[in-house]
Design a protein around this ligand. Sequence first.
Ligand code: NAD
Length: 473
Amino acid sequence: MKQFNMFIDGQSINMSSKLDIINPATGQAFAQCPNGTPANVDNAVSSARRAFKLWGQTSSEERKQKIHQLADTIEANMPELMTLITQETGKPINGLSGVGSGMEVGGAIAWTRSTAELDIPIDVIQDNEDARIEVHRKPLGVVASITPWNWPLMIAIWHVIPALKAGNTVVIKPSELTPLATIRFVELANEILPHGVLNIVTGGSAVGTALCAHSGVDKIVFTGSTATGKKVMQMASATLKRLTLELGGNDAGIVLADVDIRSTAKKLFDACFHNNGQTCAALKRLYVHESIFDDVCDEMARLAREVNVGNGEQEDTELGPIQNAQQLNIVMDLAADAKLNGGHFLTGGRKIIGAGYFFEPTIVTGLTDGSRLVDEEPFGPILPIIKYTDIEEVIARANRNQSGLGGSVWSKDIAKATHIASRLECGSVWVNTHGALQPNAPFGGIKQSGFGIEFGLQGLAEFTSIQTIKINK
Ligand code: NAD
């Protein structure tokens, strides 16, 4: 079995205690990495603190050059990183409408290059005969990054690169289910960055809690479930660590009566089912106007029946397995609850027999708000389509949810759709698309989807503190 190590202070660290990494397409372990401990966290944080003394003093231009070199090395190692991602997540190489591990690595490169170019200039807010006042942005120190299993490399990049660009050093803890592409990236990065600037400790929640509790950590950037995010916030309070929490979503999409059904259904299907629905800002509750409800459902069901489900290493696979057995159980449980409570299954509803964690692409009607499949984030290939009559009523229903990550409105009437979208309670809204993230557009949740912004200048600012300098004249 292939072995992967941690990297602390530029050194490759092995341990006798190992974590098995399972390929969800087979259910079999194919690699191992160390099961890290709080002592490893301690070493990694000390190493990051030492490295911060110099890295925090480098110029933004020097850091820009280094970060472009990181993008170069990701690019040079793209095939290997894609294979690791497909084996550890189950995500297809190509995937539904091009959303696969190729896109994940391509996105990692694009985000790295775009973030390398960002700079927050000194803001002179007063300069007159009384005083000059300058507002500076300074790095925070040591950033702890904790990532989930659905987009492991992409989300690691979203955390690590702006933290480094702002002049911080980093200790990353990837999900214990999908650590491999992140380990390989950190190994490659350590050939470019000074020792200690980027460290990785692998392991489960014990490593996560040790990082959150560590007094040497200045900020935590966490992407994962709302339940874990609440624990992270609690632990961070002991030393008032800064926080970015990117948590769960249960995004609603509202389809108005005037859409072109065939072309819109394909876009809706991709927005819901890419990566098997295991994307924070995937469309997870679809509200369709009653006048076109049956036609949209028929078209979505046709697409669900035709989509190619299989091992992601095959080039024509569109949807792979669910990433882990626990998530498969959550999806099966929600399907069972929907069945018990009047859900009408247009397609799917069952685990696919055989090896691996495969589940049939599933479309359910006949449910409404208040049922678990509508109210809870399924994070799998199962979608409730819900009928509505009145636009005011559907806006209220879309907003009646604890999450507030993303939302979308679909119509030929752009002005009307944009106005409705602006009334949705979520951090990002889209018109005639969904979940379309890009490096220069701020992204973050409201309500129980978390707080803090990623991407663009606003995202970079999250890794800094303000120092105001007033020079009396
Ligand atoms: P999770 O909360 O189970 O785990 C996330 C990470 O936290 C893992 O690395 C895990 O080891 C670690 N962890 C677990 N317990 C911990 C603790 N007590 N203290 C510190 N760390 C701990 O989430 P997951 O199942 O890996 O990911 C799926 C969730 O992530 C979904 O809800 C999804 O919506 C969300 N997500 C959100 C975004 C976003 O940008 N908002 C992006 C991707 C995923």
